[in-house]
Design a binder for this molecule. Structure first.
Ligand code: PGA
Length: 232
């Protein structure tokens, strides 16, 4: 199975998401799971969509007095299949810690929502050290049923900066090794950061990744169609 996950971030107003939904490709591709991660306010508009819907975030708390938050039970009640956790923008702008991310993974598992754990280094020199710390502090001693990892080097997100395929392949090999140590299991690993209808052509040749997490290019239906076509 390959994955193409579309992260809208804080984009698309009501009319724009309706147009997006109406123009979204109708055909499904065998062994390619395409999922949309809209802004939370647009989740309901996509609830009759043929493709699975994911959340960009979840509260680390269970339901109650936490103004502005959305809990895993609420997400489950909208049939949310996946939720991003620990996206670098959440870590950077909302000071999200590995401990909170760990709690989010627990909350999601309790409601059978598959966590998509985002990890990635801020600079190349710190790559293995950062990835190991992020994986250890979020997963250590947790009983993980289902998980997807999104490897997104922070300096590649929204910048057009791309790593060489060999470099990504090596980073993924390292992530797989650490996950095996922490969880004694293996999980799908996606790559993210400036993936679009052009870069995906080369990135798709990397043998040890299971798919992509796409930000900016996911807002453009024509680009989404082209990316699906390449991953076919
Ligand atoms: P980008 O974002 O594709 O715009 O670089 C990716 C992400 O943040 O998930």
């Amino acid at each position: 199975m390959k994955y193409l996950f579309l992260n809208h971030k804080m984009n698309l107003s009501k009319n724009e998401i309706i147009t997006y939904k109406n123009n979204f490709p109708q055909e499904t591709i065998e062994d390619l799971e395409v999922a949309i991660f809209p802004s939370a306010i647009n989740i309901e508009i996509l609830s009759d969509c043929k493709v699975p819907v994911g959340s960009q975030n979840v509260s680390n708390f269970e339901k109650g007095s936490y103004t502005g938050e959305i809990d895993a039970e609420q997400l489950a009640s909208y049939n949310i299949k996946y939720s991003l956790v620990g996206h670098s923008e959440r870590r950077k702008y909302f000071q999200e810690t590995n401990l909170e991310i760990r709690d989010k993974i627990k909350r999601l598992q309790e409601k059978n929502i598959i966590p998509v754990l985002c990890i990635g280094e801020e600079n190349k020199e710190m790559r293995e050290e950062t990835l190991k710390k992020q994986l250890h502090e979020t997963l250590n001693n947790l009983e993980i049923k289902n998980l997807i990892i999104a490897y997104e080097p922070v300096y590649s997100i929204g910048t057009g900066v791309l790593l060489k395929n060999e470099e990504i392949e090596e980073a993924i090999r390292f992530i797989k090794k650490v996950i095996q140590e922490e969880c004694q299991k293996s999980f799908p690993i996606l790559y993210g950061g400036s993936v679009d209808e052009k870069s995906i052509y080369t990135l798709n040749k990397i043998s040890n990744i299971e798919g992509f997490l796409v930000g900016k290019a996911s807002l453009n239906i024509k680009k989404v169609k082209e990316m699906m076509e390449i991953m076919k």
